[in-house]
Design a protein around this ligand. Structure first.
Ligand code: BF8
Length: 676
């Protein structure tokens, strides 16, 4: 009876063990600091809030009001016919496939809507409607124009002349924006893929028509009572993922490069230690560089630096979290403050005078943490606001971008004097070299004279480089922060596999010092170390933000084109990985890697385990269809070894596996060979 119940004491919330939560000393120190100050972070919430086992398996359907229908797979598994059904009769395979492609839709929408915003700013710049943005990289403009079918030359009196770049830019802007909603045809950039890949997509009926349509069609097909065949559902997921990788994301990358400059290698630093006690710290967090570019431009002006000094600071220190960090790093050398899981910790330093956020991967709890400090938390995007009343909203508009940026920077500077809690900035930071892309890899590994990927291919063929690993993606608080990332990457480079990285994996590698040429000697196998030393590159190449995974697709295409390693991306000794993924964007990226022919391994979990038939389809049947397939491996070393085994399988198929068996030659034999 109710009145007999003993009054229960409220439970003391459990706290995360800092060492178990992260392998990074700066992160451990700040989790400890949060505990001392009584501030809860995601690390603590993960200890008390257990994930739902059925959602984890991918077999909870809540697409109508008769459910949610929860169909867990028991430990005993299914022997014979699977009796599990939802109210409408949906099988676990249908449910898992629906959920999976809805994740692809979410991820593709996030990347592509980012791309659309960039395209809109691009169009304003091309039409000269804004003073803040202008075309920076005309070489890339011309190249992209060709892929979009925009004429780059004109005939005048029988002579072929270069067309006016302003005219080209306007047309590029119009055609690019049309990619989201054109009524007919297919995406222009699909033809950038190797020809056999394009033909394969055509054969399987997955050439995306326009970006928005493929996402909308997923929402339609997954409504109750529409598509009920997991094979047909994932086919649409494939089409939408390709629309992301070879469409929305690729457009975002290319248009950003044209507007803000194509990245080339530069030096910087990474980890919370980049914040400065005696300077105004502005931490920029989110994804779209449209805003952060303006803040970088404004914060660097003499006027703003003087203004900071007038308030008692030595200047303004910018740093970044998440993919905005990668964007402003690769183009301006702005240091990386931290990964996705360090966002709350940056405020807990007590030295963050303003955190400016736009879209994606932003914890709502930032507002609660900011309340404990003087930090101004500023949202800037109309589609991403927060409900808490301590959050400022300064909406950013490309038509008065510089004024908006100035307002934000001045607000941060004015706030410097309001610091109240004792400041504690961890000392930890690492030097880095970042800013690699399709062009700079070609330059470094192909040389100015050759200007191709030939030298890279040559080193893959002769076995100095065993293969290529694309290691990308998030942090996930369900696994020890950065441990999976670093173990996978270190195991790969130890085995002579060069790593291309983006997103939070890139930041994790940066914090560990893997983005320096010097790290090659310490961590790499002899072949990769030799190449890195000769060319002066790190063994882990930072290729940018998550939309910049499109750079990895194009780099892989260049490797195919350079010759000697097959005719399609699926022939390459290459593999993909996201050791600590958590976002829907990662699922979309994983699926367009797979659809592009790449064996792709995810860590932590994959929400398909409750539907073994669908899982088998992704893990095994997909290889027959696309040459690439999914895999899940939680143990980071086994994860890397699976990638290595796949790379070796591809080397064998190419007949270059023997090149790796290099024979040690003693002096006598060498002399004999030379005299022969
Ligand atoms: O787009 S890697 S946690 S920051 S989702 Fe988010 Fe994942 Fe980081 Fe960038 Ni990508």
């Amino acid at each position: 009876m109710v009145e007999n119940k003993q009054a229960t004491e409220p439970k003391t919330p459990k706290l995360a063990d800092p060492v178990e939560a992260s392998i990074d000393p700066a992160t451990q120190q700040m989790i400890q600091r949060a505990h001392e100050l009584g501030i809860e972070t995601a690390f603590d919430r993960a200890v008390t809030l257990k994930p739902c086992n059925i959602g984890n398996q991918g077999t909870c359907c809540k697409n109508c009001g008769m459910g949610p229908c929860r169909l867990p797979l028991t430990k005993a598994g299914v022997d014979g016919e699977d009796p599990r059904k939802g109210i409408c009769g949906a099988t676990p395979n249908t449910i898992a496939a629906r959920n999976f492609i809805r994740m692809i839709a979410g991820g593709a929408a996030a990347h592509s809507d980012h791309g659309r915003s960039v395209a809109e700013v691009f169009q304003s710049a091309a039409r000269k409607e804004t003073d803040a943005y202008r075309i920076k990289d005309t070489r890339k403009l011309i190249e992209v124009a060709k892929w979009l079918g925009v004429a780059t030359t004109v005939e005048v009196d029988g002579q072929t002349l270069d067309r006016d770049t302003d005219e080209i830019a306007v047309e590029v802007g119009e055609i690019a924006l049309n990619e989201w909603g054109k009524a007919e045809g297919e995406l222009h950039f699909l033809k950038r893929a190797p020809q056999p890949r394009y033909e394969l997509w055509k054969k399987h009926g997955v050439l995306p028509r326009n970006i928005d349509r493929e996402i909308v069609e997923i929402m339609h097909r997954t409504h109750i009572g529409v598509d009920q065949d997991y094979r047909n559902l994932i086919k649409q997921g494939t089409r939408a993922a390709i629309a992301d990788g070879w469409g929305g994301s690729m457009l975002a990358t290319e248009l950003q490069d044209i507007l803000f400059g194509t990245p080339y290698p530069l030096a910087s630093e990474a980890n919370l230690g980049v914040m400065k006690q005696d300077m105004v710290n502005i931490v920029i967090h989110g994804h779209e560089p449209v805003l952060s570019e303006m803040i970088v431009a404004v914060a660097g002006t003499r006027e703003m630096q003087d203004y900071a000094r007038s308030k008692g600071a030595k200047g303004i220190q910018l740093s970044g979290i998440c993919c905005t960090a990668n964007e402003i790093l690769q183009r301006h050398g702005v240091p990386l403050c931290g990964t996705f899981l360090q966002q709350e910790l940056a405020i807990i330093t007590g030295a963050c005078d303003a955190m400016v956020v736009d879209i994606q991967c932003i914890f709502q709890n930032l507002a609660n943490v900011a309340k404990c400090f003087h930090t101004k938390l500023i949202t800037t995007h109309p589609i991403a606001r927060m409900e808490q009343d301590n959050v400022l909203h300064i909406e950013f508009d490309e038509h008065h971008a510089l004024e908006d940026a100035k307002k934000i920077v001045m607000l941060a500077v004015d706030n410097f004097q309001n610091r109240r809690a004792e400041v504690m900035i961890p000392k930890h930071k690492s030097p880095i070299v970042a800013g690699f892309g399709v062009e700079s890899v070609e330059y470094h590994l192909g040389g100015v004279f050759r200007g191709s990927y030939f030298t890279l291919n040559d080193n893959i063929i002769n076995g100095r480089i065993r293969g290529i690993g694309g290691v990308v993606g998030c942090n996930n608080v369900r696994t020890r922060h950065n441990e999976g990332h670093l173990q996978v990457v270190k195991e790969l480079i130890k085995n002579d596999i060069i790593v291309l990285t983006t997103g939070c994996n890139a930041i994790a590698c940066a914090m560990e010092g893997l983005l320096t040429p010097e790290s090659a000697k310490v961590f790499c196998g002899p072949g990769l170390a030799e190449v890195c030393e000769t060319v002066g590159i790190p063994p882990v190449l930072h290729m940018g933000s998550c939309v910049d995974n499109s750079r990895i697709l194009l780099a892989a295409t260049e490797v195919v084109k350079a010759g000697g390693l097959g005719k399609d991306i699926s022939d390459l000794p290459a593999a993909g990985s996201a050791p600590e993924w958590m976002s829907e964007k990662a699922i979309s990226i994983g699926h367009y890697f797979v659809a592009s022919g790449v064996y792709t391994v995810f860590g932590v979990t994959l929400p398909v385990s409750g539907a073994p038939v669908f899982q088998k389809y992704l893990f095994e049947e997909f290889e027959k269809l696309y040459g690439g397939m999914w895999d899940l491996e939680v143990d980071p070393i086994k994860h890397a070894r699976k990638m290595i085994a796949h790379i070796d399988k591809k080397r064998q198929a190419l007949g270059i596996d023997r090149a790796r068996e290099r024979i040690m030659v003693d002096m006598a034999t060498r002399r004999a060979l030379e005299n022969a």
